[in-house]
Design a binder for this molecule. Structure first.
Ligand SMILES: [Zn+2]
Ligand SMILES: [Zn+2]
Length: 450
């Protein structure tokens, strides 16, 4: 089989890998490259959308592949039949799925059931690029573009057999894949994964399966190839709980909306301290959609320790109004601050102007990693100005969604592939320092024979 990386090499994210045999071809992930986009566009200088993909193709932000994109984006106005049999998404982070709405309408997109729910909630509550949906509902004469799978399923294509296996990452519904061609050549793809989360057993399942398949090659992520740490999700929850106990005023939580592990940790820490977790509407909408998933053990929205903040606004969307109809809301910013842990991420910092957290008695719990680029650093510094302005105490508790160096070594040592292809890292060469297996440093758009 032939592998052509279209993104996700020498960068963290932007994953997109084209795999081809004689008669069949697939894409593994089709994510947005914030590195390539950010090189040319930022803030008010954004790619125009009225001329299709012109601006994104100009800078090679998207690959110029005929038959990959939807008819309205046909390259040079020449429409070609789809060249790809299927696209497989590892998980619902934008750097892995964010370009899926540009794909040719006839290309089926496979993903985990939970990933589909997460992407649906993003689609329902935010604007998508080019106003094209990620997930198209089936109509009488056209099927949906999405096919969902669970671990244990095997997807058969003419020459390919694709086996998705769950892994643990910072959002639920994450998978790695084993791709076999004609039972002869076998490749593994980790997606993003870790062994220090609550569900390390999922990642262990991936390792076990990959080990038994005698992989010819393993595409493995290396986000943290330069780092070793021993902080895990369990410790984050314990430390959060202790720290909230010491907060006299408002406890303010900044964590990623779709990181359900972290949501649960804040929920349990709040509950343990007799406080309620006050979430925003977008998270409430997501929790509502995920509620029925028995694997996630999510507390329901009518749980006495969960409340939803209404946030004053001139006009509410329909999905917001439906939440108001179904659940009781905290409507006034003058709530008793000692009773809540208030979810407030970067984009909702203006809520603090209305709430006026008790100065010097309130704490801002920042539950993310360090900013990894200049943009992130500017946002981080701006957030710190808000924290200083309101005289908040600042605390950071976080465990990465990605395995540290020592675990990456363990994963390769156990799987023992014939070849390691490091992806999703700016330092793929660092794998040479930790494993004995032959390593191939991939280059974007350069074909690799497996
Ligand atoms: Zn990623
Ligand atoms: Zn990810």
């Amino acid at each position: 089989m032939k592998l052509v990386p279209l993104g996700g090499v020498n960068e963290v994210g932007g994953n997109s890998f084209f795999l081809e045999s004689n008669s069949t071809s697939i894409l593994l992930d089709f994510g947005r490259s914030f590195k390539r986009e950010g090189t040319y566009f930022e803030g008010f200088l954004l790619p125009r959308t009225h001329q299709g993909l012109k601006d994104l193709l100009e800078f090679d932000i998207l690959p110029r592949i005929p038959g990959l994109y939807a008819q309205e984006f046909a390259i040079d106005n020449k429409f070609t039949k789809p060249r790809i049999d299927a696209c497989f998404l590892s998980h619902a982070h934008l750097d892995h799925f964010g370009n899926m709405n540009l794909l040719h309408d006839d290309i089926p997109v496979y993903m985990g059931e939970t990933a589909a729910t997460l992407i649906q909630s993003i689609q329902d509550t935010t604007r998508t690029r080019f106003s094209r949906p990620y997930i198209r509902q089936a109509t009488d004469d056209y099927p949906s573009n999405v096919r969902t799978f669970r671990t244990g399923d095997i997807i058969q294509l003419p020459e390919f057999e694709v086996t998705p296996i769950h892994v643990d990452h910072s959002l639920p519904g994450s998978y790695g894949f084993i791709v076999e061609v004609n039972k002869e050549r076998v490749m593994g793809y980790t997606g993003d994964l870790r062994l220090h989360g609550w569900r390390k057993d999922l990642t262990r399942d991936f390792i076990e399966t990959a080990k038994n398949k005698n992989l010819n090659a393993l595409l493995i992520e290396g986000t943290n190839i330069n780092e070793d740490f021993d902080i895990n999700e369990k410790r984050v929850q314990e430390e959060l709980s202790e720290s909230i106990a010491k907060t006299n005023g408002l406890a303010i939580a900044n964590y990623s909306l779709r990181d359900i592990d972290r949501f649960r940790s804040f929920y349990f820490s709040a509950k343990k301290n007799g406080r309620k977790l006050l979430i925003n509407k977008k998270q409430a909408y997501l929790i509502q959609l995920l509620q029925d998933d028995p694997h996630l053990e999510i507390p329901p929205l009518d749980d006495p320790y969960i409340k939803i903040y209404r946030r004053p606004k001139r006009k509410y969307y329909r999905w917001e109004q439906e939440l108001f109809e179904n659940y009781s809301m905290v409507e006034s910013p003058d709530f008793d601050q000692t009773e809540y842990v208030f979810h407030c991420d970067f984009w909702n910092l203006t809520d603090l102007i209305d709430i006026q957290p008790q100065p010097k008695e309130s704490t801002y719990f920042y539950s993310h990693g360090e900013p990894f680029d200049e943009e992130g650093m500017i946002d981080y510094n701006r957030m710190m100005e808000w924290i200083n302005h309101f005289h908040l105490d600042f605390k950071q508790y976080h465990a990465s969604g990605h395995a540290p160096r020592s675990d990456l070594k363990r994963i390769v040592d156990e799987i023992q592939p014939q070849l390691v292809i490091p992806i999703h890292t700016e330092h793929p060469e660092k794998y040479r320092e930790i494993v004995d297996v032959p390593i191939l440093l991939p280059m974007r758009k350069k074909s690799i024979s497996i």
